[in-house]
Design a protein around this ligand. Sequence first.
Ligand SMILES: *Cc1c(COP(=O)(O)O)cnc(C)c1O
Length: 446
Amino acid sequence: MTHERTRELYDRALSVLPGGVNSAVRAAPQPYPLFVEKGIGGHVVDADGTRYVDWIQGLGPLLLGHDLPESVTAAIQRRTAEGPLFGMPTELEVDHAEFVARHVPSVEMLRFVNSGTEATVSAVRLARAVTGRNKVVVMQGGYHGAQESTLVEGDADHPKPSTNGIPQSFAKHTLPVPFNDAEAAKHVFEEHGDDIACVLVEPVQANAGIAYPVDGYHETVRELCDDHGSLLVWDEVITGFRVGGLQCAQGKFGIDPDLTTFGKIIGGGFPVGAIGGKTEYVEQFTPSGDTFQAGTFSGHPVTMAAGLETLQFAAENDVYEHVNDLGRQLREGLCDIVADQAPGYTVVGTDSIFKLMFTRADSPPQGDSCSNGCRQDASCARFDECPKRGTDVGRMETDRYARLFRPAMREQGILVSQNQYEANFVSYGHTKDDVERTLEAYRDCL
Ligand SMILES: *Cc1c(COP(=O)(O)O)cnc(C)c1O
């Protein structure tokens, strides 16, 4: 395996791109990131011509893998040839919005934007406008994009910006609480209930390990929002059209959020985001309402074509059966390997996301009830030690993951998530053979 051209490209990149990349996580791989030439099915080929099984899948958007079906490619090419965008509405935006509203239980109306970040920015603005309140409850270790209201850490009593460049006077409106802790949620509403515009929460925390909700958690948060007149905003940027299939995670868990943010899969691999929800709220965006929201590229015809054709393909083919089945095979296979070789580690994930968490648990291995990924089963011997929230990841064997495990997997031709926080994604382009090769590599590298 040579890395000559990749090294050369990274060397050049360091001079003109901060850290050599355009999004921070891409620089995480040791000793340096690989540069991609092209994708094929569930694989990528790097600048030196080496082919890898790719579980990064664009960090989530690529439900169908790298080879898009003919219907998707044809729609993208047709839209591009007819002029990329107009600044005037097109039929495609209506078709795509109708598709999402038809399948996602809580969504009656939506506004398309260009990224998940833009979606959460606009959802928070809308919630503040609707309620006339300022405070936003977020989950510690959650991720809602690179925006001022959510790049906040600490706790509800001492929130502080999690990055330079955000004033404390912004951060003080954000109340971080631990995910999966119903008592903490009740407490923050007791203290601040009348000032809380919304709770912003991922259904399954999927940007810092993968934390499945404990029984009843989301129901409690839904009730608290109802009791205090706050909006419940589900951030389904990762889980949307992945967890729970076409009905998304809210269908799977049976929760009815007021607003939902989307991104990733709904653009079919192109930049996208959307804020969906009840008409009474969403129509408060300009021009039907008074909450300003706009974007030159919003509802971009090429993106709309790619996203809609992707979802239609998924609706008409065995996409979710395929990806969820391979996801299950990976999680079950990993549980077996871990029981033999690393009993302290925890297999997490659901549907087509998976991850091996490098936990330091002393208790017995995961029980059978969680052989398809940790389900927060209260009767499991590991219940107390299994990761409950994103912040738990920081206590794990980060160096072992980053310096030993991931580079060894890469040497075997398998690309797993670029740091120990991100999830791995199964696509329609992956095969049973990819799963077997991957499990074999885990067996060798752990
Ligand atoms: C990726 C992600 C975002 C941010 O989306 P971008 O398109 O990267 O701006 C927001 N929320 C969640 C849950 C995400 O996974």
